[in-house]
Each structure stands twice: as structure tokens, then as C-alpha cells.
Ligand binder design. Structure first.
Ligand SMILES: [Zn+2]
Length: 657
């Protein structure tokens, strides 16, 4: 929860009109369904969201309610308020809605709430300990890097957001409370995509970019330093604009119930959604709500075609149907042509886009092509820290336990699905499974005494066994040296990378590519789950020159090390495409010797590996086979390598049961 005093002013944010509009539409009508903000780091994303919370009009709440119940909505009261209301009218207080930050590492208990263990043990009563969903009720729930959130948390979050209620039924507690919030997620497409199912559940989506105009950039700097120099003075200076904006939101909210989209506008919306090509009906409903909210925000009583034109990119960009590899972005031209066609067909007499003056917040988006695509950014995300030291810890130990197979792995960090309970092993941190613990204790109650309602002894304690789906991180390490067949080899590898990424969403896999040529290795693609990003980065793949095989393996291991620091459970895979011959070593060392040393490191680090031998002809002695032996991995001969064979060889090993 933010202290408003230290928050930047929403009105003081320079540019980013599309983002501001998307946030304001949700402020006017939370049923618009939240915003997914895509963009690189350092682009005012979280600043804008925090600042929005500070201009949301105050709400009336039941005083003392842990769930911020609305005293004017008797039907949506929490169980506690319902009980209280039976003995008289509920006390009312007024305060600003909260800004709640959901960290990516949050546990399920933290999100949905849990049984208050202390209370249960002391008083023998079940009492619910609220989680972040409770704190966020009627406010903003903010998830930075929502694409990195665990699947089961995402499902819980979206279910609550859709129903407006959090229902907890576990550990013998059944509890429900209202959970209506504006869901705002941010993501950097460089870090991997959001599952398509999740994408569609966000009402609006905006792509945020840095500002291009030098004038704007200077203004950003000036306002930033004014803010940092003296927060109080800065907020005072912007207070009139902030209060005016707050009033505008409050007025729009008041106006909203009387705003109804005319039937011909609904036809227009349906035509647009169908023509642009989106599945389901969620987009239609969102577009209609967003158009009404925009009209309300601009003090008009009837939304029109121009409102639809302005909100459509926000609603449709992330919902456009596309096939893998299809380079699709949302196209304003297409939208405009659909709109004018529909208008022609319907003859509904709604004003044309030009007939109303005033700025159009979505215009910037139109010219910037509200792309669904991840954009290229600096591939500077290398592994941090000293490789030789860091590599040993995260990759050792359990790495091999799954034979490199992708699976649901036991999770020891309180993340993941609770599957069963067991007696804790000595030294193991206890993630208490209350249901199982109480069941265990229940059997002994008659033989125990004390002032507790239920007497639990250490032997009763059971710990939760949680399972979490983990993906594989697969790094291809490819010989890009020489000239014979190198371009075929590179194309085949690219095809294999893209092939493996097509359904990476479901499997949580990430794929990267390192090439080695000349005197060093190059990370062409840091591990990603994004097909779009892979396509973009692998557009050109330089080849030719000498063969620094050892440097290639070293760079690959560094990437995999970074991957396991990101998620200790990830299954690391190295796919080495080589003939095993190396003529350049590391720091002037002997090429072949350094390569063998690095191959042994692969085994030491517990990285799973496959060596794809591209040696032509039939030679009994193969340097590549020797590397496979040293790295402890599989060996596959593939003199004429194709993308399909390559991805097939990898997939087969990942899926092997
Ligand atoms: Zn309540």
C-alpha cells in the first residue's frame, strides 16, 4: 500500500496518453476489466498506476471491516459484516481506495488469505486471516511482471477478478468476501509472453514506449527532479489538477448508470470485433463498456462511433487471432476501414471521426501501431556475478533427478499447488498443513489436557507437499563457423528454436540460442518463451570464420546459470550442434582442449545435454562423440540437419517418460 504523500501526480505524467486513458476508463468503470501494460523497464508504468490510486475518489466503507465492504451494497457484504448488520446499522467511514502490490513471489496463502492458526489454537475457533485480494477490494491490484506469476496464482486471481468475490474453501475453512478490484499487470515482452488464456482476460492492453520528442523528454526530466527535490512542494503545485481529475472521475462515475450504448452502436461494435477477428464475446462487451466510460469521462450521455474508434485498439490489440509465426500487429487503418464500411452499411447517422473536435487519446497508438509483438530491446540481460562460483550452487543437486524431464516438481518454497500432507522431515522448513495436523491431533484429544480448545503436539504437525509445474530452459549452442553448409545449419537451428517455442506457453519452456564463430561466442537469443522475440532476434545470423567451440559452451552455461537463478526448479538443457572440432580456445588456450574442459563442466553442473554431430561422411573417430561422452549427454548423428529433426530430437528427450 502506498503512502499517497510520496506518490507522483497523475496529472504531471508527460505524454503516455493511451496508458492514462486506459487507466481512467477503469477508474470510471472497473468492469472494463483492468489493463495489461506491455513495455520495457523504466517507462513510467508503475508510476502511473500508483498515481491513479491517489486520484480515485474516496469510497464509503464499513468501518472496521477487513474487506472494505460497501455499506450501501447489502448483497455484497462479507460474512463478518453480515453478522454485524443483524444487531444494528453498520458504522460507515470514508477513505481512498487502496493500491495493493502483488509480488510475483507471493504464495497462495498470501493472495487469498488463510486460516488464522494462532487464533484457532488459542480459542478453538476458525478465523480467516485476509490476504491481498481482501486488501485490494474496491481498489487497485497491481502485478508487476504478471507474465512471471505462477499459473495457479494467475487462475485464482482471474477467477476472483471475474466473479468479484474471493471464495476460500480449504483447511476446513469456508469463507467468502467481496474482491472487486482494478487489475493492472505489467510485463516486459523480453521476459516472455503471457499465456493466451490470461491475455484475453485483461480488458484493455496498452503498449508503452519511451517518449520520442526531445521536448517531452526534457519535461519528464524537469518534473522528475522537481518531484525528487521536494515532494511536498511538488504535490502542492499539482494539487489543483489532481483534485480536478478526481472530480472528473467522480462525476463520470455518477453519470455512468444513465449511459447506454444505442443499439446501432452495439451492431457497429459487433461488426468491428468480427471483422478484426477476435474469438468470443468478451471483447464486444468490453468495447461497449469502455466506449460508455469514455463518453462519461468526457461528460457526454451517449457513446458514439468515435468513442468506439478510440477504445477499439485498447480492446482488440491483444485479442486479434493470429497463427504462430504470423507477424501481426493491430492496424488502425484496418479498423478505420471496418468502421467506415459498417457505418455505410448501417446508415446509422453517427458522426464521422472528423465531425467532433478535440484530441483523441488513441491517436498516438494508431500511428505507433499498437503492436501485439514484443519489440526488440537491448540483449544486455546477461548473467550477473562470477560464473564459476555461481554455477555450482543452483545447478547442482536435484538437477538430474528428473532425467531432465519436464514435470510437476515438488516445490519447497511454499509456491505451487497443495497436493497432500506428510510428516515433516528433520530440518525441513514446515509449511503447515492445518487440515492434516488437526486430523492427526483429533484422534488424541481424549488423552491430552490443557487450556487450549484443541491440543496439538509437535508429533501431530504435518507439512504440505506442494507441486509446481516447471519448464525446461533449452539453450542451443551452434557452430556458425566455416562456410560449408553453415547457412543451412543456422536456418535449421532457427527453425528448431521457433518450432519448440510454438507451444512453449503450455509447457513453460524457454529457448535460447548461442552461436560461436570467429574468436568468440555470441548470444543471439537469450532464453525466452516468445516466438515473436525469437523471430525478431534471429532475423540475421552472421556466420563464417574460425571455431571457438569452448567459448560457445561457456556462454551457454552462463545463460543456463542465469535461468536457474530465475527459477531454481527449471530443467536446464544444452543442445550442442557441432562437429566437435575447435580451433580457437579461451584466452589463447588450445581449442580442442578447452572444448573438452567445458564439456566436462556441463556434466559437473548437472546440465542435461544432447550433442548433435554434424560431421559429414563416415568417420569412426568423432570429436563430437567424445564431447558427448565428457558432458554426460546423448549423442545424435545428423550430418544433414533439418529444423524438424533437430526440434524432434530435443522434444523426444523432454517428453521421455
Ligand atoms: Zn465486511
Amino acid at each position: 500500500m502506498s503512502t499517497e504523500r510520496n506518490t507522483f501526480s497523475f496529472s504531471a505524467i508527460v505524454g503516455q496518453e493511451t496508458l492514462k486513458t486506459a487507466l481512467l476508463l477503469n477508474a470510471v468503470d472497473p468492469r472494463v476489466g483492468g489493463v495489461l501494460i506491455r513495455g520495457e523497464k523504466g517507462t513510467a508504468k508503475s508510476t502511473a498506476v500508483r498515481a491513479l490510486a491517489a486520484v480515485l475518489p474516496p469510497i464509503r466503507v464499513v468501518d472496521g471491516c477487513r474487506f472494505s465492504c460497501d455499506p450501501d451494497d447489502a448483497a455484497a457484504l462479507c460474512d463478518e459484516c453480515r453478522a454485524r448488520s443483524e444487531s444494528g446499522p453498520l458504522p460507515v467511514a470514508s477513505r481512498r481506495p487502496r493500491f495493493v502490490d502483488l509480488p510475483v513471489s507471493a504464495t497462495e496463502d498470501r493472495l487469498i488469505g488463510t486460516l488464522d492458526l494462532e487464533h484457532a489454537l488459542k480459542h478453538g475457533e476458525r478465523r480467516f486471516e485476509p490476504g491481498l485480494l481482501a486488501a485490494a477490494n474496491r481498489g487497485i491490484l497491481y502485478v508487476d511482471e504478471v507474465n512471471l506469476l505462477d499459473d495457479h496464482l494467475v487462475d485464482t486471481l482471474l477467477d476472483s477478478a471475474a466473479m468479484g468475490v474471493n471464495i476460500v474453501e480449504r483447511e476446513g475453512v469456508a469463507f467468502s468476501h467481496p474482491a472487486r478490484f482494478i487489475l493492472v499487470g505489467t510485463m516486459n515482452p523480453e521476459e516472455g509472453e503471457v499465456r493466451p488464456q490470461l491475455l484475453d482476460r485483461f480488458g484493455l492492453c496498452v503498449e508503452v514506449e519511451g517518449l520520442a520528442s526531445p521536448g517531452d523528454r526534457v519535461e519528464v526530466m524537469e518534473r522528475r527532479s522537481a518531484f525528487e527535490d521536494d515532494v511536498t512542494a511538488f504535490r502542492m503545485a499539482w494539487a489543483p489538477q489532481e483534485r480536478a481529475l478526481e472530480l472528473r472521475i467522480a462525476t463520470a462515475r455518477g453519470r455512468l448508470p444513465s449511459i447506454h450504448a444505442p443499439r446501432d452502436l452495439l451492431f457497429l461494435i459487433a461488426n468491428v470485433a468480427a471483422d478484426i477477428g477476435v474469438d468470443g464475446h468478451r471483447a464486444d462487451l468490453t468495447m461497449s463498456r469502455a466506449a460508455s466510460a469514455l463518453a462519461a469521462l468526457e461528460e457526454r450521455d451517449v457513446p458514439d462511433a468515435e468513442d468506439v474508434r478510440r477504445v477499439a485498439p485498447l480492446v482488440l490489440a491483444h485479442r486479434v487471432r493470429r497463427k504462430p509465426f504470423e507477424d501481426v500487429s493491430f492496424d488502425q487503418m484496418r479498423l478505420d476501414s471496418v468502421l467506415s464500411q459498417s457505418r455505410g452499411e448501417e446508415g446509422d447517422g453517427t458522426p464521422s471521426p472528423d465531425s467532433r473536435s478535440g484530441e483523441s487519446p488513441a491517436d498516438g497508438a494508431a500511428s505507433a501501431r499498437l503492436a501485439v509483438l514484443g519489440r526488440a530491446a537491448d540483449p544486455e540481460r546477461g548473467p550477473a556475478g562470477d560464473l564459476s562460483e555461481r554455477l555450482v550452487t543452483p545447478l547442482d543437486g536435484t538437477r538430474r533427478s528428473g532425467d531432465g524431464r519436464r514435470q510437476e516438481t515438488r516445490s519447497d518454497d511454499k509456491r505451487g499447488r497443495y497436493t497432500r500432507a506428510e510428516t515433516p522431515r528433520p530440518g525441513q522448513p514446515v509449511d503447515i498443513a492445518l487440515d492434516a495436523t488437526i486430523r492427526e491431533a483429533a484422534a488424541h484429544q481424549t488423552s491430552r489436557s490443557g487450556d487450549m480448545a484443541i491440543r496439538i503436539e509437535p508429533v501431530d504437525i504435518r507439512t504440505k507437499v506442494r507441486k509446481r509445474r516447471v519448464g525446461a530452459s533449452i539453450v542451443f549452442c551452434v557452430d556458425a563457423s566455416g562456410s560449408m553448409g553453415v547457412s543451412t545449419r543456422m536456418e535449421a537451428t532457427k527453425a528448431a528454436v521457433l518450432g519448440l517455442l510454438v507451444d512453449a506457453y503450455q509447457r513453460r519452456d524457454r529457448v535460447g540460442l548461442v552461436s560461436f564463430r570467429g574468436d568468440d561466442a555470441e548470444v543471439l537469443l537469450p532464453p525466452t518463451s516468445s516466438v515473436e522475440l525469437a523471430q525478431l532476434k534471429l532475423r540475421s545470423m552472421p556466420s563464417g570464420g574460425a571455431t571457438p567451440l569452448a567459448a560457445g559452451i561457456k556462454a551457454s552455461l552462463e545463460l543456463l546459470d542465469a535461468e536457474s537463478r530465475r527459477d531454481a526448479k527449471v530443467v536446464p538443457w544444452l543442445v550442442l550442434v557441432t562437429d566437435g572440432r575447435a580451433n580457437v580456445g579461451i584466452d589463447g588456450g588450445l581449442g580442442s582442449e578447452d572444448a573438452r574442459t567445458m564439456a566436462s563442466k556441463v556434466r559437473e553442473k548437472g546440465v542435461n545435454s544432447v550433442v548433435i554431430d554434424i560431421t559429414e561422411g563416415t568417420s569412426a573417430v568423432s570429436a563430437a562423440r567424445e564431447l558427448a561422452r565428457l558432458s554426460g549427454g546423448d549423442y545424435v548423428r545428423m550430418p544433414r540437419v533439418t529444423g524438424q529433426d533437430l526440434s524432434g530430437a530435443v522434444r523426444q528427450r523432454l517428453e521421455a517418460v
